[in-house]
Design a protein around this ligand. Sequence first.
Ligand SMILES: [Zn+2]
Length: 405
Amino acid sequence: MIDEFSLSSITIATPEKVLSNASITVTQGKIKDFSKSSEKDYQFDKSSILFPAIINAHDHLFGTYYPKVGTGTYICWLPWDYDLKSSPVYEERNRNTPFEIYLIGAYKNLISGVTTVHDHIPHHINEPYIDKLPVRVLKDYTLAHEASVYDLKWGDGIDVEHRRAVQKNVPFVTHIEEGFDRESMRGIDVLEDYKALSEHTVLIHGIGFSDDDIKTIAKRKANFVWCPGSNMYMFAKTARIKEIIDAGINVSVGTDSPASGELNILHEIRFAKKIYNEMYGKDLEDKMIVRMITVNPAKAFRVQDRLGSLEKNKIGDMLIIDGEKKDPYASLVNADFKDISLVFRAGMPMYGDKRYEHIFKDFGQEYSHITVDGGEKLIVGDPQTLMETVRKNAGYKKELPFLPI
Ligand SMILES: [Zn+2]
């Protein structure tokens, strides 16, 4: 075990600012300072860039499987859900235990640089698994499935769940206006009627938002999570993201499950950049995108005192990528599997290049060797054996492209 260590000669994107040739010291899992103040120091090369580890603001870990399901453009999420649950892919997925699926979902996130996930699902479903996963799954939230008459009835009702969120100072999370039928598009009005729109509210999807909806959300200081990959796949349309950003709403990016969304958060942010450009003929700034997977979700999920940025006393959740130090933000937005070179969760190495094996050894971390997309990597636990189980359960050599091992 190592109590205190420094990482030095590294570019640090906090992400508010960029520090060149910098150092950071972590003590007992938390950031101590930005100097080389520990005797245990690890030097990096000039292409290494340190970010806060990524927060995936919207996933359904129990839905982690492949390929995507669906037949075309839907009016709302409900007919897609019927297609999902009657598909051969769904049947094949369910040959795995819930814990196996949760583990696959956790590894999908970890190898894309994510250490914190919001798994939008009732507590009684994910509670048995989340403490055994290699990523942190946020535990403190209340929820609804959606604000419509045909939603999946998660939680104790919108008004009760939102009130509970305010009392406990945790987020209230719900899908919203994920469709274009009249019922879907009443979503924000329904939340207003229940007085469930506040700074505690985290709204997912919002592809049906009107101008008035956007104004109301901004006025109530509610948070928004954008899942452009999932939206475009199911509806060939996504939320009016420029209008939402321009209204001053706190925006995060989430993957949704790979049953409809992009493969992982890295693919999702690249897709976000591309779709924004197609919709508006302008570039969504890379720094803004990096905020959407770090500080913004930390604020939305009310963990900004612990996570989402590199600051003194915050948890040492850190991501090192191989990139171009002249433009760290673009490097992260363009990163892929091979560029994720080291991931720490609470000051412990969780995943990284084989060249960092000495760090895993120093920390006494238990790890296995895997090949990810052709690169030799080290990872906590044993996803290789997990994949063998998945293949045995499927009855053929199943490939999961978000876990290319
Ligand atoms: Zn969702």
